[in-house]
Design a protein around this ligand. Structure first.
Ligand code: GDP
Length: 175
């Protein structure tokens, strides 16, 4: 690892993959109910969330999957220490689009060749007909990503299942 304890993580993925929901699930309970922190409401541009795992404090930039916002989120690439890429495992048709997005991301001049840990969340694992993580990995062509340590795990952002394990992997990569 690199001994980092403050980590900026980009959260990317197509719209409707579950980014907003999983960031809400990772968010620590708000100790000040009358002073709620701003919510990561339907993603436009970006918003920042915070969570911790394994002694690492994460600042998560939820960057929209909408192509029209690409210029916005590309500005954050250079500041990122890690990436979470969220996929709807039950949306078989759009896996092809997700693969194209991921390829654009990892081949971007500000990303290519950097050893940023990449956590892929095969989200909506609870949905009927959800693909298993290995099938999602194959559909995304993850085996072709050789310049970054990557890890895929199944998650359900609604229940939080799988999120802690995935984020713990990220924490181990950066520490
Ligand atoms: P975003 O556009 O990537 O931020 O996606 P959202 O977090 O807004 O989620 C899109 C929709 O998928 C919402 O209706 C969520 O309730 C639903 N959703 C998110 N995660 C899961 C999941 O793990 N399982 C199921 N069944 N639905 C999910």
């Amino acid at each position: 690892g690199r001994g980092r304890t403050d980590v900026t993580v980009l959260v990317l993925g197509l719209d409707n993959s579950g980014k907003t929901t999983l960031l809400a699930a990772l968010r620590p309970p708000d100790p000040r109910p009358h002073d709620p922190r701003p919510h990561a409401a339907p993603t436009v541009g970006h918003s920042v969330d915070h969570f911790t795992s394994g002694g690492v404090s994460f600042s998560a930039w939820d960057v929209s999957g909408a192509a029209r916002h690409r210029a916005l989120w590309e500005r954050h690439y250079r500041a990122a220490h890690a990436i979470i890429f969220v996929v709807d495992s039950a949306d078989h048709l759009r896996l092809v689009v997700a693969r194209e997005e991921l390829e654009l991301l990892v081949s971007h001049p500000d990303m290519c060749g950097r050893r940023l840990p990449l956590l892929v969340l095969a989200n909506k694992s609870d949905a009927p007909h959800a693909l298993a993580p290995m099938q999602v990995a194959a559909a995304l062509g993850l085996e072709r990503i050789t310049d970054k340590p990557w890890h895929i795990c199944a998650s359900c952002a609604l229940s939080g299942a799988g999120l802690a394990d995935g984020v713990a992997w990220l924490a181990r990569q950066v520490r």
